[in-house]
Design a protein around this ligand. Structure first.
Ligand code: CA
Length: 250
């Protein structure tokens, strides 16, 4: 069944929605769309599906909002005032934002789709689209993103499965003790910043150790032996007087 976006009200009456939100996890979606009618249609529709939905009315506002907050998915119109969707998409990827982006395009042109995907979009929809089509894409992309982000951590060629505790670097299996694993997981989850000794001590060991203890250094050395030894590019960096950071060196 195809519903044009102008007939959402009548469609919602006859359509039973599946509520995926619940109390445990509510996917947060940002809509960047300047046309009120379409934006409201998408927003109210996705809200009734159980998603948390914010809206930006132009490209600059959209970029600001997704820089300031963590969205799980973005529905992005191509033609926007102040900054077009293609530029926004490119800038978001450049800034390291990895959530799925669905691009809305008014023209059914192959060129637009290709350049949209080149700019870093994951999928596109041509207006007018059916609400069911949009929800199907949101569900599929959201699922892919959340399963990848919740069970696997990846930095460079280092891969860690949170579910199975399997650790691999460049395909080579690495065995870690449970403390080493907790430390590695923490460093990987914080690879975007420097983790101070005090923070590592608190998050990995709790408050059982005095700040004078050298346990962090000891375990960083254990990890280096297993993760970095024998590889050309070490991932664990010491930031002298501050702490550590696990990242691909530039
Ligand atoms: Ca537009």
């Amino acid at each position: 069944m195809v519903i044009s976006f102008y007939t959402f009200e009548s469609a919602s009456a006859s359509h039973s929605f599946t509520h995926i939100g619940g109390s445990a996890f509510k996917m947060k979606i940002l809509i960047v769309e300047d046309e009120d009618k379409i934006a409201q249609f998408i927003q109210s529709g996705l809200k009734s599906e159980g998603y948390a939905v914010d809206r930006a009315a132009d490209g600059e506002e959209g970029f600001f909002m997704l820089s300031e907050s963590n969205y799980d998915l973005v529905v992005l119109d191509l033609r926007l005032p102040k900054m077009d969707g293609m530029t926004l998409c490119r800038m978001a990827r450049k800034a390291g934002k990895q959530m799925p982006i669905i691009m809305l395009t008014a023209r059914d042109s192959v060129e637009d789709r290709v350049s949209g995907l080149d700019a870093g979009a994951d999928d596109y929809l041509t207006k007018p689209f059916s609400f069911e089509e949009l929800v199907a894409r949101v569900r599929a992309l959201g699922r892919r993103y959340s399963s990848a982000s919740q069970t696997d951590l990846v930095v460079g060629d280092l891969q860690v499965s949170i579910e199975t505790h399997r650790v691999r670097r460049a395909g080579k299996e690495i065995n870690l003790s449970s403390t080493e694993f907790r430390l590695l997981r923490f460093l990987m989850e914080n690879s975007h910043r420097i983790a101070s000794r005090a923070l590592i001590l608190e998050k990995v060991w709790g408050f059982d150790f005095s700040p004078e203890s050298n346990i962090v250094e000891v375990y960083i050395n254990y990890l280096r032996d297993k993760i970095d030894k024998g590889f050309e590019h070490p991932l664990i960096r010491t930031i002298h007087g501050v702490g550590y950071r696990l990242c691909v060196s530039d």
